[in-house]
Design a protein around this ligand. Structure first.
Ligand SMILES: [Zn+2]
Ligand SMILES: [Zn+2]
Length: 273
């Protein structure tokens, strides 16, 4: 069960409590309170870049070493006998527009629950915390090219209005809170179609469904740049591909992907049968 960070909820207060709060704020500035874990709310013993406690960090199903060199999908068995030894089933049949994608965790268990919490239960603080995890893992493993600008996958304005925020932007915000990274802000690329829910579609239908979904209003902002597109999940790669195609057409030099999670494919996990 995930607990909201009660610390951050604001209500109207009577004047006495209001003054008391000013006093406490002053004390907070002198003696900052311990940071709280963004997942479970426990006090953090030490201040680190990632505001998640050790216990919550250990629950995250991270992607291991053996993964597809193109999309980052975990592979359980080394496909040594195959021509392209470290490509997943998907990437052996599709040519992607992005250079490569890397995923921090597997879309299952705790991480899946946490992503739902961020997307559908308005837990923005958790989104920022998970962005911090992404930054530390991606930096540590050298996944962000030196010259890359981060760019959040945009939401359609209508969906943004309903949700009030873009979860991919929360992840970027968390990443920025850990490291100084160049970021292309909201509006550089725009989503112009409300695409139908893609979970019921097969991979080819997903691609067709997304065709023309994005556009770059001012191509000058992306011309010649290496971009690293940030999203919460990689499933078939259709979204990242369509975004990469659009950005390359607008003049970007290269497009990489970095996702918080990736859906695993039974075929890849079980190897050749
Ligand atoms: Zn925790
Ligand atoms: Zn792959």
């Amino acid at each position: 069960m995930l607990v909201y960070n009660k610390h951050l909820q604001r209500k109207r207060l009577p004047i006495g409590k209001y003054l008391n709060n000013i006093l406490l704020t002053g004390l907070d500035m002198l003696f900052p309170p311990p940071a709280l874990c963004r997942v479970c709310g426990r006090k953090l013993m030490i201040r680190t870049r990632v505001e998640l406690c050790q216990w919550c960090l250990e629950q995250l199903p991270l992607v291991g070493e053996n993964s597809c060199r193109q999309c980052g999908r975990p592979l359980a068995v080394k496909h040594e006998s195959i021509e392209e030894p470290t490509l997943c089933f998907d990437c052996r049949s599709i040519r992607h527009f992005f250079v490569k994608n890397r995923a921090v965790g597997i879309y299952s268990g705790t991480l899946k629950e946490q992503i739902h919490e961020v997307k559908y239960r308005y837990n923005r603080q958790l989104g920022i915390g998970l962005g911090q995890v992404m930054a530390v893992v991606a930096k540590g493993r050298g996944w962000i090219p030196d010259e890359a600008h981060l760019l959040a996958v945009p939401l359609h304005p209508e969906r943004l209005r309903q949700r009030g925020y873009n979860q991919a932007e929360l992840l970027v915000q968390g990443m920025e809170s850990c490291f100084q990274l160049p970021v292309l802000k909201h509006g550089v690329v725009v989503r112009r179609q409300v695409t139908q829910a893609s979970s019921s579609l097969n991979p080819l239908e997903r691609r067709a469904n997304l065709r023309g979904a994005f556009y770059v209003p001012r191509p000058g902002l992306v011309v010649g740049k290496v971009l690293c597109v940030v999203d919460d999940i990689y499933t078939t790669g259709a979204t990242l591909d369509e975004l990469a195609r659009t950005l390359l057409q607008a003049g970007a030099k290269a497009v990489y992907g970095l996702t918080l999670s990736i859906a695993v494919d039974d075929y890849d996990l079980m190897g050749e049968l």
